[in-house]
Design a protein around this ligand. Structure first.
Ligand code: TXE
Length: 472
């Protein structure tokens, strides 16, 4: 089939098509909105060859020279907010105001990452020798970004990966390739050819990329199940990996909270981006003294929230991004119904077209139920009652996941002492989901390996090199 797509991949500084394409659907309408290149093995080879060819010159540049390129990319993104936000809403579903926030966040993430530095440690400086450990880039990074925050999560990888001196082949999710391809087109003249390559493909491309001999490191954001397959495939070449996987974040709500003030905050902790966030609150443990009033306040607030097409004025929550995820979330709600859980709000599917699920809130289901134990990644939240905070901490930590978590209370010192006992990579007190390009972010247990962000995240794109110089 001839390449009819207006969207092109970026390989070696050139915009290129592919001999095959696949369709991208608007999740609010289920209409096909574009077709994009479905990279072949040869296209992948070409992207990796371009990245390898660009590596010597890029890695030889100073950190300041690379910083300047990241800042220039950021400026291009920030100069095109309106177009990118509309594109993002059309492929992802999120409301325009959230899409705008993501585009701006993507731009600023690059700037934040560009402010980082790598350590150079003189570990010995004696009469006999000088020993210094510095950090060197790894080579070509294969980056796989997901569909919930396609742009900003790509920048989580591009920023530190390129700053450290690596070159990159980035693969966006097949559900949300458009805004990333458009960014690639916009930045192509500010990034040296081959330093950043963007390729799109159907389900076959991810496994090809992770198994490819020409890749030195993989940075993957996606599900735990796929993360394990990525790790397996990376093992053949002993590739370095960073895996940012699923989460089942607990919130612990203490009895001294101000119910009216906190209800909307707790609502958005769970339902921001339609619950499709690895660090969304997915289990909400509320102290029994405030359980009923807070439950009622959250439900009342939820009734005021408008679910609809993200491109329409006033929409606060859009559709689920894609059909497989829509089916997964519906199956979890169906399970709750079968188990006879008390569904306070929502529950019944909204008539199509579009992958719409109403905001669904479940009243104190058993701890062992699927809706508590599994990552829902959609607009359904179990509220859970606790009496003793020790019990709440134990339940919060009894999960195979360990990505995020939050503690809410007027007594901040008390909340902090509880937060320190939540066994997750990030724990917030009286807020959630604040991430920074200069802070390490990563998961424990089955939520992942390694971190993104901060100096530690930057160092994951490097190897230690010790240089020992004999004196005299
Ligand atoms: O992701 P997958 P999906 C979670 C969330 C959701 C679940 C599934 O719980 O329900 O993931 O989402 C590529 N080797 N998160 O199916 O399966 C594939 O092409 C290499 C959490 O979308 O993990 C796609 O681009 N790559 C999350 C990407 O991997 C492979 C964000 C993700 O696919 C591959 C999104 C393989 N063997 C979903 N198989 C977060 N952590 O934020 C597939 N891929």
């Amino acid at each position: 089939m001839a390449d009819s797509s207006q969207y092109k991949m970026l390989i070696g500084g050139q915009l290129v098509g592919a001999s095959e394409q696949f369709d991208v659907v608007n999740p609010a309408t289920e209409q096909v909105i574009a077709s994009v290149p479905d990279a072949s093995q040869a296209d992948l080879d070409a992207a990796i060859a371009a990245a390898r060819a660009a590596f010597p010159a890029w890695s030889a540049k100073t950190m300041d020279e690379r910083r300047a390129v990241l800042n220039a990319m950021s400026d291009v993104i920030l100069a095109n907010i309106d177009e990118l936000k509309r594109l993002l809403t059309s492929e992802q579903g999120k409301p325009h105001h959230e899409a705008e926030g993501e585009v701006i966040g993507a731009g600023y993430w690059l700037k934040g990452a560009a402010s980082l530095d790598l350590p150079r440690d003189v570990v010995e400086d004696s009469e006999e020798r000088r020993v210094e450990t510095r950090r060197v880039p790894l080579g070509v990074v294969g980056a796989i970004a997901p569909w919930n925050f396609p742009l900003i999560l790509a920048m989580f990888k591009i920023g530190p990966g390129l700053l450290a001196g690596n070159t990159m082949v980035l693969k966006p999710s097949p559900f949300t390739p458009l805004s990333t391809l458009r960014v690639a087109e916009l930045i192509k003249d500010v990034v040296p050819a081959g330093v950043l390559n963007v390729i799109t493909g159907s389900d076959r491309l991810g496994p090809w990329l992770t198994a490819h001999q020409g890749i030195d490191k993989i940075s993957f954001t996606g599900s735990t199940a796929t993360g394990k397959r990525v790790m397996e495939s990376a093992s053949a070449g002993l590739k370095r990996i960073t895996l940012e996987l699923g989460g089942n974040d607990p919130a612990i709500v203490m009895p001294d909270v101000d119910v009216a003030e906190i209800a909307p905050k707790l609502f958005w902790a769970a339902f921001n981006n339609n619950g499709q966030i690895c660090i969304a609150t997915k289990r909400m443990y509320i102290h029994k003294d405030v359980y009923e009033p807070l439950r009622d306040a959250i439900v009342e607030y939820a009734k005021t929230v408008k679910v609809g097409d993200g491109s329409e004025q006033g929409t606060q929550i859009g559709p689920i991004n894609n059909r497989p995820q829509y089916e997964r979330v519906k199956a979890l709600i169906a399970d709750s119904k079968e188990q006879g859980h008390n569904i306070l709000l929502g529950g019944d599917a909204i008539e199509g077209p579009g992958y719409f699920i109403p905001v669904t809130i479940i009243d104190n289901p058993p701890e062992t139920s699927r809706i508590v134990q599994e990552e829902q990644f959609g607009p359904v939240l179990p509220l859970l009652k606790f009496d003793d905070v020790e019990d709440a901490i134990a339940r919060a930590n009894a999960s195979e996941y360990g990505l995020g978590g939050s503690v809410w209370g007027a007594d901040t010192d008390r909340a902090l002492s509880i937060a320190e006992r939540v066994a997750s990579g990030t724990v917030w007190v009286n807020e959630t989901q604040y991430l920074s390009p200069v802070a390490a972010f990563g998961g424990r247990r089955q939520s992942g390996i390694g971190v993104e962000g901060g100096r530690e995240g930057l160092m994951e794109y490097t190897a230690a090199q010790t240089i020992s110089v004999k004196k005299g």
